[in-house]
Write a protein of this length. Structure first.
Length: 287
């Protein structure tokens, strides 16, 4: 059987008791290592689990899944996922491959906390969130802005938008590849400040008032850990905020933010005076 096991958000101890029992008995244990990362390294997981852990990068999961699924019809294989197993479509695809295998490989999923639910720690109601979007690193020649349309749809309904920020793990250096060499870039993780800056840049082009300088947002870092950080403010304020080491995410607040949400979130504000002023003149006025 293939066990797809959620690890939660922070460290080796966030795994469920059921998940830990399976990991300690499985024939092989893989750690998916590119859609998200834990805040501890592989060696710390291995020490706690008492088992060797095989890192599964994008190439292995997407192109060499047969290696992961080898003998899973008769042996137990554990596939570990940061957060919740089905928060990324990659893992849905892996489960589908198990169904399509001949003979089919039985699967079992063990859920866990993910950013999609942990973001409730900001005080923003999960009932008031719309579509989740992703923000990628801009380059000089590539600045995709399709996220803006999804945020605009959410904004038209007064809903919050969770923005998941880009990470680059084991990304090939394209210039080196052109010379016939396989060299990987240093890992990069987008910050709240980078995300806010890119949103403002796209707003300057679109001019629809979806994510302007005075739009209220909440930046989060390392949710679920002992040193988690939550900072609220305008996008302009967050464009210079420093929330420390990864992983970061950002929430753009919807205009129908309830008073209870406002009261909770304002405690995280960079400047409570500015936060209150914007909320009362724009957000509270929507009531």
């Amino acid at each position: 059987m293939l066990y797809i096991i959620g690890l939660g958000l922070a460290d080796e101890k966030d795994i469920s008791v059921k998940g830990l029992d399976i990991v300690r008995k499985a024939e092989r244990v893989y750690l998916e290592a590119y859609t998200a990362i834990l805040l501890v390294d592989k060696e710390q997981l291995e020490a706690y689990y008492g088992r060797p852990v095989i890192l599964a990068d994008r190439e292995m999961v997407e192109s060499q899944s047969d290696e992961i699924l080898k003998d899973a019809e008769t042996k137990d294989v554990a596939f570990l996922v940061v957060g919740d197993p089905f928060s990324a479509t990659t893992h849905t695809d892996l489960a589908l491959r198990c169904r399509q295998n001949d003979p089919p490989i039985p699967t079992r999923t063990l859920p866990n906390a993910s950013i999609l639910t942990a973001v409730g720690a900001t005080g923003l109601s999960l009932y008031n969130f719309g579509q989740t979007v992703s923000m990628v690193f801009f380059t000089d020649s590539w600045k995709p802005s399709s996220f803006y349309d999804r945020i605009a749809e959410n904004a038209s309904l007064g809903l919050h938008t969770l923005v998941l920020l880009d990470i680059k793990v084991k990304e090939p250096d394209l210039q080196a590849m052109a010379r016939g060499k396989i060299i990987y870039e240093k890992p990069r993780f987008m910050t709240v400040a980078q995300c806010a800056s890119q949103m403002l840049e796209v707003e300057d082009e679109r001019q629809q008032g979806v994510c302007g300088k005075e739009a209220l947002a909440v930046g989060v870092a390392r949710l679920g850990s002992e040193d988690q950080q939550i900072v609220a403010g305008t996008l302009e304020e967050l464009s210079t905020a420093d929330l420390g080491r990864p992983l970061h995410s950002l929430v753009l607040c919807g205009k129908k933010m309830h008073e209870m949400e406002w009261e909770f979130v304002r405690e995280f504000a960079v400047d409570q005076g500015t936060f209150d002023q914007v909320w009362k003149s724009v957000y509270g006025a929507q009531k």
